[in-house]
Design a protein. Structure first.
Length: 212
């Protein structure tokens, strides 16, 4: 067995990366070329296109987009079927841009029902991609939730720091008012005003808690 033999063996399967099916309608017919194999890079691109399309600009999960985007991407990347497009006005410069008509292309995919055709290799690839997309969606949702948790924790820490600062200010002022003999009130307020400028929250809190 040589690498040359193995390469020749592999080429036998590479020639089977597509299957041809015939669609008939109204006494007409057309052929669809179905891809039955995808490289790792192609698979990654497919998954990312579907998953990214299910989250809006605020990272909110939109489950209603899973099936439409999945099937439109299926037509684009695994078949020779052209998807429908439409013109829309750009929000940036009011220019007309061409985008995929998701609704119409999705209806086309549902009517073609390619996953039901007599092509076992394509059905296997279809199922594999669907499972991988859902696996990536779970991961992405967890990552978004994790990011939200970190934001909430940071906000809580900022609030707690602010409360500590306010309490320290109150305690310092109460001490000054209740113990006028300890230090001249006007001198204290003047000193406090000078120190509060251009210092960090941490330095300010340390000063307030020092009792000086």
């Amino acid at each position: 067995m040589t690498k040359k033999d193995l390469s020749a063996y592999l080429e036998c399967f590479e020639n089977r990366e597509y299957e041809i099916i015939k669609i008939k309608f109204n006494e007409k017919a057309f052929e669809i070329k179905l891809k039955t194999f995808m490289t790792i890079d192609e698979t990654s691109t497919f998954i990312d296109r579907v998953v990214n399309g299910c989250f809006d600009s605020d990272d909110d999960y939109r489950p209603e987009y899973i099936e439409p985007i999945f099937h439109v991407t299926l037509l684009q990347m695994l078949t020779n079927v052209p998807v429908f497009t439409k013109k829309m006005e750009s929000l940036e410069n009011n220019a007309k841009i061409v985008v995929v008509d998701i609704e119409k292309s999705y209806r086309l995919a549902l009517n073609l029902k390619l996953w039901e055709k007599d092509c076992g290799s394509f059905r296997t690839l279809y199922s594999t991609l669907w499972d991988l997309v859902n696996e990536k969606l779970k991961f992405q949702k967890q990552r978004v939730l994790s990011g939200e948790r970190k934001t909430l924790e940071k906000t809580r820490e900022d609030i707690e720091t602010g409360i500590a600062l306010i309490n320290s200010v109150g305690n310092k002022l109460n001490e000054t008012i209740l113990n006028p003999d300890k230090e001249n009130i006007f001198e204290t307020m003047s000193n406090f005003s000078k120190r509060i400028d251009n210092v960090s929250d941490k330095d300010l809190i340390n000063y307030l808690m020092s009792g000086k």
